[in-house]
Design a protein around this ligand. Structure first.
Ligand SMILES: Cc1ncc(COP(=O)(O)O)c(C=O)c1O
Length: 355
């Protein structure tokens, strides 16, 4: 059945796959909901916005994305409020960041109002796919890639923008063991680290593989010019709590401007907890540890919200962080965001959008 709602053409699945899904056991990123949004850029405009049954794309072998890597993405979540309303958190921020990534990679920007409309309509259609438990969510993956059938390095003139969704269970990640990465770099100011460009993630895999082989879960990325300078942890922004001060590296062009990071800073400021966006070096962390002042290290990002760090290896020094039960900031921030999504915490910042 094909219907037209707003400017988005809608083609529904004939038979939902929902009843085949075990919502009490959801592996991350492997189960996809019934529908997806697609739009195609050609002749200088985005055309044929549509929500269609989730399915495969066919691809030309010379499709430019496969050769020169113009591909960007976002990661966001829809939740369901206690009163049953589907909710999005800061969708306009994700729309803006997608376009910031598009500008950096010389790709076409997708209008922000159409992004928010597409996400809202897709989530409304597949709202029964949103797992209701606190900490669970419908993960949304907006992404864009170059589709010109052409060999030669230049920006593509055609693109596809797609959003699909995946129900994900509560993320009870155990605290992670990190190693300071001194061989590989993720990003440098002037590079592409501030964009959510697919190639950044491919470029990080070798470092993580080598860290895993040595028994670590993730790497702590360091600056290029100042090798002491801490950037991010894996694919998350990083926070330290030292002697009551919450510190996260200032975004200098090499760090992804995380939306969770920004919300954490605002929540902390709202509670009167000292929080600084500033340069933080590994030496400062080592000194704080040795002085007994290192209270917490955690990653911040949409998927896990908070990922606690238990240990950090720097050369021959093992920095151990107090157990999660003794921590205040990271657990409080996670409870705050998870609670906001289901309406248990009041949305004083106006971050939630009802669908
Ligand atoms: C490299 C990197 N840093 C940080 C983040 C956290 O960003 P956000 O809080 O917007 O999910 C992400 C995830 O999007 C990321 O890929």
């Amino acid at each position: 059945m094909t219907t037209a709602t707003s400017n988005i053409r809608v083609e529904r699945v004939q038979q939902s796959r929902l009843q085949d899904v075990d919502f009490s056991n959801l592996p991350f990123g492997k189960i996809f909901s019934d529908h997806m949004f697609v739009s195609d850029y050609r002749d200088g405009e985005w055309t044929d916005d549509r929500i269609i049954p989730f399915g495969h794309f066919t691809m030309h072998p010379a499709s430019m994305v496969l050769h020169y890597g113009q591909a960007i993405f976002e990661g966001m979540k829809a939740s369901v409020h206690e009163d049953g309303t589907p909710m999005l958190m800061r969708p306009e921020e994700h729309a803006k960041r997608l376009n910031a990534s598009a500008r950096r990679m010389m790709m076409a920007e997708f209008p922000e109002d159409r992004f928010v409309e597409a996400v809202s309509q897709l989530v409304a259609m597949d709202k029964d796919w949103i797992p209701p438990q606190e900490g669970s969510a419908l993960y949304l993956r907006p992404y864009m890639y170059a589709t010109d059938e052409f060999i030669g390095v230049r920006p593509s003139e055609t693109y596809r923008f797609c959003i699909f969704t995946a129900p994900v269970g509560p993320y009870y990640a155990k605290p992670v063991r990190l190693v300071v990465e001194e061989k590989y770099v993720r990003a440098t100011p002037g590079g592409t680290g501030e964009a959510k460009a697919a190639g950044n993630y491919a470029g990080s895999l070798r470092a993580v593989h080598e860290a895993n082989a040595k028994g670590f879960d993730q790497v702590l990325w360091m600056g290029v010019e100042n090798k002491q300078q801490i950037q991010e942890v894996g694919t998350m922004n990083v926070f330290f709590v030292i002697d009551g001060e919450v510190i996260t590296p200032v975004t200098d062009g090499a760090i992804l401007k995380g939306i969770t990071r920004k919300m954490f800073i605002d929540i902390l400021k709202g509670k009167g907890i000292p929080v600084s966006e500033r340069l933080i070096t590994i030496d400062e962390v080592v000194d704080a540890f040795e002085a007994g002042k290192l209270q917490e290290i955690f990653g911040a990002g949409t998927a896990a919200v908070v990922s606690h760090v238990s240990e950090l290896q720097y050369r021959d020094k093992l920095i151990t962080v107090p157990p999660v039960e003794e921590r205040k900031i990271g657990p409080m921030l996670k409870r705050h965001i998870d609670g906001l999504r289901v309406g248990k915490v009041e949305d004083t910042h106006g971050w939630l959008v009802r669908v």
